[in-house]
Design a protein around this ligand. Sequence first.
Ligand code: SAM
Length: 261
Amino acid sequence: VNFGYSKVERAQHKGLVKDVFEKVAPKYDAMNDFMSFFLHRAWKDRFVSTVHPFAGQRHLDVAGGTGDVGFRVLREIRRAEEDHVVEHNAEPPSKGSVCICDINGAMLEEGKKKVETLDIPDAAQGLSWVESDAESLPFEDSTFDTYTISFGIRNVSNIDKCLREAHRVLKRGGHFCCLEFSQVNNEVLRQIYDLYSMNVIPYIGAAYAGDANSYQYLVESIRKFPEQDHFAEIIAANGFKSVRYENLLDGVVAIHSGFKL
Ligand code: SAM
């Protein structure tokens, strides 16, 4: 699955995506709050509860951008480790960690700036930052317990390649979780949503970030993305088992998950 791109178009697409996020990086967090009416925060909280962080977990957040999901996962891992100490009167055998990976160094740099302000024990020690393409990850097979990709997979040029890489780097029993914009299944909401995304978002992008084209691209990439059932089939076709999804806000976004068994 690659949105019907040819090989040459895929290369151009990758360049375009890099360019888009290079431009929006400094204002990405503020724009997210502004454009989603802060809803993305609640969606990400819900998403991380699907991951079920545990003590000692090794987690990979791909297309991790400025760290929103990676930080949330690390916070929950540390909470689980504190619970372990209370329950067992001993430290867990190992400390968990989160690797935040993104194709765009500018997004990662914005994320690194926030680490000092995080209210998470041993945050800096628990985080690593890797600049890499989701389609070709620089990790050995079976490295991670869990994998997340949030608002990232629709930007990847070849979804099959990305999913195969996710499957490869997960350990057996590993959990794959994806948060992405999806197809709205409520007619009234769909019309409001279409109006907002096609007409308002590019103007906010122009006025606030001085870049309408980047936001136009982001809106179009949402419209081209496969609907919930089709995307679940694609995940299963790339080796994941027990694939399921949950719609949030009538499908404005969906959480897909599956296991490497
Ligand atoms: N996950 C973050 C969040 O939920 O706020 C950031 C999402 S942002 C909309 C999409 C991110 O995907 C950008 O940081 C972009 O650089 C990254 N990205 C796009 N294509 C990628 C690829 N092929 N491999 C890795 N990251 C990619």
